[in-house]
Each structure stands twice: as C-alpha cells, then as structure tokens.
Design a protein around this ligand. Structure first.
Ligand SMILES: NC(=O)c1ccc[n+]([C@@H]2O[C@H](COP(=O)([O-])OP(=O)(O)OC[C@H]3O[C@@H](n4cnc5c(N)ncnc54)[C@H](O)[C@@H]3O)[C@@H](O)[C@H]2O)c1
Length: 277
C-alpha cells in the first residue's frame, strides 16, 4: 500500500514527536521533506531519525508532499496554507493562532478544494462543541490555569508590567475574547484559537487565564451552553516528555491527525485504483 508523503514545516519538538510516532510503523506515512527557518534543526531531525527526506524550502516541500504539517510558528501559517492551496495539498496547522491572524485563509483554502485540519491540541471537548454548533451555542468560555513560570515572557505581562515571581494566590491575569488572548499570549492560546474556530468564533469565545502558584500542571476548562444543554470539560495536561513547555496531548493530537489523514489518503488511492482498473 502506498505511503502518504509528508512535508514537515517546523522541525522542533512536535516535529520530533511526529517522527517518533512514524518510527513505530503503524501510520501509513513517511516524511519526504523538511523545512525549517533554522536549517540545523532540519539536519538534526534528518540525522536522528535517519529520514529519507529532502531539506528544502517551503515551495519544494509542498510540491513534493501529499500532505503538509505546519508545526513551526503562527507567523508561518499564512505562507504554508497559501502554498498548499497553490499545490492542492491538504494540511495540518498546529499553530492554530496563525489562522486567527488571517481570517479569510480557510475560505481561500476551501475554494482551492483543500482541507486544513485543525488539531484538538491540548484540549478535550471539541467534538461536543462542533456537534452543538449544528443547533447553535449561546456562550463558550475557556479558563486556562498555568503555573506562573509557564506564562513568563508573554507580551501582555511585559506590556502591563505584571510580575508573577512571588505570587502566593491564584491570579486572573487576563479576561477577554480569543482574538485578544492570542495577541496577548501568543505562545499559550492555541487551544483558545481551536475552540473558537470550532465554535462561535474568536470574538465571541471568552477566555480567562489564571496564573496559579499551586498548579502543578497546565489545565483547561471549557464551559459551553446552547440549544443542546450545557457542557463542561476539564483537561489536565502533563508536559511532553521532550519539552516541558508543551503539553504532551498537543503532540499526540498531531499524531492522531496524521494517522487520520493517512487513512483518508489510502482510501482515496484505493478508490482511484479501483476506478482505473
Ligand atoms: N495546537 C496546539 O494545541 C499546540 C500545542 C503546542 C504547540 N503548538 C504550536 O505548534 C508549533 C510548534 O510547536 P513546537 O513545540 O514544536 O515548537 P518548537 O519551537 O520546538 O519548534 C518550532 C520549529 O519551527 C521552526 N520555525 C520557526 N519559524 C519558522 C518558519 N517561519 N518556517 C519554518 N520553520 C520555522 C523553528 O526553528 C523550530 O525548529 C508552535 O507554533 C506552537 O505554538 C500548538
């Protein structure tokens, strides 16, 4: 059976976790192209996982792949999705906040007949949000709770002179919509971006961020109300074994999306073969 050819854009932690998942041989896909703004990162991945892949620029990457995975930075998302639209390649966008920055990007992708997959990332409950949207939602609120060091360096804290070093009690440091949350905490709110895109949109989705000195893990609570009733989910995330700053579930969601894309690809290839017979 044909393996789906994957182009990786961003060769950091999530990229490495995807390589580890592929090494197990249960996903019908192989990495054929690596792109990174820092070529050394691509070389390290290439060497570590003995990949049979080209280290190349974005255009070549997308052209040579059946499926593209963006796991770089929000600022790369526009270029990646536009290249995928040009070359008619489906893709997975891990830096979901990047989609909030370019609201018409998904429409243009749809016009090009490509699928832009959005991972559930470090959050549970998106299946319910998606289903509930069929009858409409009145409100969606995300409360993210993190140890203060997990929020260090965020633009919002710097701009507002908020120092979290000696915090004794939990402190609500941000309340606003998902769009503002992304501007304020770009490294921390991919989950808010995904929740808002699946649900009532970035301006209507409410976000609270709490710095909690007693928190030992990053947690996300979603509360949504609509015609269906009320939904409440809590996700308590352990860090990725290879990156304390990232939730393990986020990497696992990338692997699950890759697996689903590879299954869909194999089914498409099977149909084409049957048609050509
Ligand atoms: N959806 C979610 O829930 C979720 C969870 C965790 C991380 N993320 C996002 O996924 C992305 C990757 O995360 P990570 O932990 O692997 O990050 P990382 O910093 O370990 O790796 C990112 C890699 O991308 C490269 N890069 C930066 N800018 C680039 C560009 N313009 N083009 C190509 N490569 C570029 C970097 O050099 C680095 O090697 C980040 O944007 C992160 O915010 C999303």
């Amino acid at each position: 059976m044909a393996l789906m050819k994957v182009g990786l854009v961003g060769c950091g932690n999530i990229g490495a976790d995807l390589c580890i998942a592929l090494q197990k041989g249960t996903i019908l896909a192989e990495i054929v192209a690596l792109t990174d703004i820092d070529e050394n990162r691509a070389k390290v991945l290439h060497r570590t996982f003995q990949l049979n892949a080209e280290i190349c620029g974005l255009e070549e990457n997308v052209a040579s792949a059946d499926f593209v995975i963006e796991c770089a930075v929000a600022g790369a998302v526009k270029d990646v999705v536009e290249a995928c639209s040009r070359h008619r390649r489906d893709c997975l966008v891990m830096s979901v906040g990047g989609l909030l920055q370019c609201p018409d990007l998904r429409d243009r992708a749809r016009e090009s007949n490509i699928q832009v997959r959005i991972p559930s990332g470090a959050l549970c409950g998106l299946d319910g949000i998606r289903a509930a949207m069929e009858a409409g939602l009145h409100s969606v609120t995300l409360t993210t709770r993190k140890p203060p060091k997990g929020l260090a360096g965020a633009p919002y804290l710097v701009e507002h002179g908020i120092v979290l070093d000696n915090l004794a009690e939990p402190l609500v440091i941000f309340e606003g919509n998902a769009l503002d949350a992304f501007q304020a905490f770009p490294q921390n709110v991919n989950v808010a971006a995904a929740l808002s895109l699946m649900g009532i949109g970035p301006t209507e989705t409410r976000v609270r961020i709490i710095a909690d000195p007693r928190a030992t893990v990053n947690s996300h609570e979603v509360v949504a109300e609509g015609a269906f009733g009320r939904l409440q989910t809590v996700t308590e995330n352990l860090p990725s074994p290879r990156n304390v700053k990232s939730s393990y579930l986020a990497s696992l969601s990338a692997c699950a999306e890759l697996r689903a894309a590879a299954i869909a690809f194999a089914a498409r290839c099977g149909q084409e073969e049957a048609t050509n017979r």
